[in-house]
Design a protein around this ligand. Sequence first.
Ligand code: FE2
Length: 285
Amino acid sequence: MSTLTAEQIRRYDDEGFLVVPGVVSAAMGAALRQRAGEIVEAFDPSTTRTVFTTDEQTRHSDDWFLSSGDKIRCFFEAEALDADGELVVRKERAINKIGHALHDLDDVFTPFSHAPLHGEVLAELGLADARLLQSMYIFKQPSIGGEVGCHQDATFLYTEPVTVMGLWFALEDATLDNGCLWAAPGGHRTSLRKVFRRAGADNADGTVMDELDAAPLPVAPDELVPLPVEAGSMVVLHGLLPHWSGANRSPNSRHAYSVHCISAAAQYPAWNWLQRPPGLPLTSF
Ligand code: FE2
């Protein structure tokens, strides 16, 4: 029996994304939000000043980021720090995201991430042998939640061939005011424009962004459509789909959790920024 309707599958094939309401129960959403709060509470902000912005990714690709593929780490909002690197808001309002192995290492996020329903949805949309690669808890903090520039996820999670798909779960209502997702319908049928890769074997070598195709991504937000969704919704994103989310200047946060998956059969380059040690192989649903 199918989890998705034929119409949902057709829409995903046409548009490169699919909104599925009511996937995360209110109780589960509350449990995930609470657990994220506990992780931030336990986080010592003196251990890093690493911020997360996609626009300036190459400038901030330090060891804290490059070695986080098999860890649970906090990353700051750019506007949470002043020019001297001091926090200008309290810690629980300063974190941009937690990444990138919540789906394997956390007692609350691991079972949620591996829910069979998620694997069934991916399989019905074309990823039958999915492996969970990366997870992020995204806060999009009130007033200072940063823009995530228009990008394709395959730029950051590349496989040969491209197989990455994203599952994005709204844990609070995502609105036009608090920085909901925007996407370019049909844009998944265009080329991959860039790849973000390690510049060398060591984290200290940093990263570079290689251009594969000079065709510009759609200009955000004018050439994209907004995807406001209620808390509990799941948004499935094709790895080539151009998408964007604006800054949050509203007084409300916009918490979301995302899991990115790839095909077990695809080749995973050693130059991808995210590398996992042999002792922590990718898991399936
Ligand atoms: Fe993305």
